[in-house]
Design a protein around this ligand. Structure first.
Ligand code: ZN
Length: 452
């Protein structure tokens, strides 16, 4: 007797690159059988007309800040509701708390809605040392921070992230010094570019090639979907032939989001994007759900610098190009939430790709899109038991209707559930049933390969 039997669904076979009709049986958190299954199960799910996908793996998101937001889950629940079963936090150089503190809260809460993996955020260590964002670090400070990165790798971080745009004072050499000090060739490095230009893209390619590490360009569209996406994709596709460990992630929205007080909004941003105050939207704060004026922009930048704002700067066709590229690239949310508000990407990214970009706009096939949100990030994270449907693999699954799946969240309202997601299964148990969360403690922390 199996725990769960999912009948008559279509599941992706990434070797044949096609969807195959069949049954999937789960027992003890694992996929126990695939094919025509007659044996009984405690729970039977009819998946006729549905796709039974490996749970979506979000290789770029931003975890809860338990110190300021309370010991509770919000962004992780949004992730689960959109079909994510495993997510990687700590990106863009920005960890919301030291890894050991994050793990303590996860334990105290008895698990998490999704499986979490974490990067060690380099900019966070600079902040802790009080280094001005426009200054390089001293050799002693760099040594200290290398020690911190190594410490977090030993605690279970899977890699190190940098945010060059947020700390323009980090020179190329500082990044290389850190990477050279970590001998593991397979170390995952994710980097938020220094600037929105081909120079920014080329610097990341150079770090990838020179370091030889597994290098992830973060949210490519927010850098390149302002007029040079094709050029950027050509350069990345070309360079990834030389270093197959170079890759990127991108999200399906033509607007980015960051803190209004960050260096991203330093002098010159209006010229750089050819946009102005009225393209900056405030999802929260004193002027919640309003676009900026010159006056409110400066008021909030000066008085509420940590407010997350949304900047409508990117071109829709270039967003689609980054998603459609089948030579490389993954889709990830970059989900960032503060005080229960933020950019809709935190709640809608994966249904939006499958609804808008696969079904409606047809810029990418279903199987290629599924590969970008399951198998590719799983392999990238060293998760050989996730991201695929096969006997013995982890029973993390997302069951959805390809005819109706769609994102719900908007720039005005984040917490609108996607539609078309019937069930999400984490560790062989039902976490989402008919769109509703029924168990939000099935996830666990997955340590990286350097844990001691
Ligand atoms: Zn970023």
């Amino acid at each position: 007797m199996y725990d769960i039997l999912i009948k008559n669904g279509l599941y992706p076979d990434f070797q044949k690159m096609e969807l195959i009709k069949g049954d999937i049986a789960l027992t003890d958190g694992k996929i126990a059988a695939v094919g025509q299954i007659s044996e009984d199960a405690k729970t039977v799910i009819d998946a006729e007309g549905r796709i039974v996908s490996p749970g979506f793996i979000d290789i770029h998101m931003h975890e809860e800040n338990f110190a300021t937001e309370g010991h509770e889950y919000f962004v992780a629940n949004l992730m689960l509701q959109m079909g994510v079963t495993t997510a990687l936090g700590g990106n863009c150089g920005d960890t919301r708390q030291d890894l050991k503190d994050f793990l303590t809260v996860l334990e105290e809460l008895g698990g998490s809605p999704i499986n979490y993996m974490m990067m060690s955020g380099y900019n966070s260590f600079r902040k802790q040392l009080g280094i001005n964002r426009y200054d390089p670090s001293s050799p002693e400070q760099i040594e200290t921070m290398i020690g911190r990165v190594k410490e977090e790798l030993a605690q279970g971080a899977v890699g190190v992230s940098f945010g060059l745009e947020y700390d323009p004072g980090i020179p190329y050499d500082e990044v290389m010094k850190v990477l050279d000090a970590i001998p593991e060739d397979d170390l995952l490095v994710s980097t938020h570019f220094r600037e929105d230009s081909m120079d920014g893209v080329n610097e990341m390619i150079k770090i990838a090639v020179e370091s030889g590490k597994k290098f992830q360009i973060s949210h490519l569209s927010s850098c390149a979907a302002i007029g040079f996406m094709n050029e950027a994709l050509e350069a990345i596709n070309e360079a990834s032939k030389k270093n197959p460990k170079l890759n990127y992630d991108t999200y399906p929205y033509a607007a980015f989001s960051t803190r209004i007080g960050s260096a991203v909004f330093d002098e010159g941003w209006r010229e750089k994007w050819n946009k102005s105050y009225e393209h900056i939207f405030m999802p929260a704060g004193k002027y919640a759900n309003q676009f900026c004026t010159e006056e409110t922009y400066w008021e909030m930048r000066n008085n509420d610098p940590d407010l997350y704002v949304v900047a409508m700067t990117m071109n829709e066709d270039e967003i689609a190009a980054a998603i459609a590229n089948t030579e490389s690239g993954m889709v990830a949310s970059d989900g960032t939430v503060k005080a229960h508000a933020g950019h809709p990407r935190a709640a809608g990214t994966f249904p939006r790709v499958l609804g808008k970009y696969v079904r409606e706009d047809k810029v990418i096939s279903m199987i290629d899109a599924l590969k970008k949100i399951t198998l590719l990030p799983a392999d990238r994270l060293g998760l050989s038991n996730k991201g695929r449907i096969a006997v013995g693999c982890d029973a993390d699954l997302t069951i959805f209707d390809p005819e109706t799946i769609a994102d719900g969240a908007t720039f005005e309202q984040l917490n609108i559930k996607p539609v078309g997601i019937d069930a999400v299964i984490v560790d062989g148990k039902i976490a989402i049933n008919a769109g509703d969360i029924v168990n939000d403690r099935l996830g666990r922390f997955i340590p990286g390969p350097y844990v001691k």
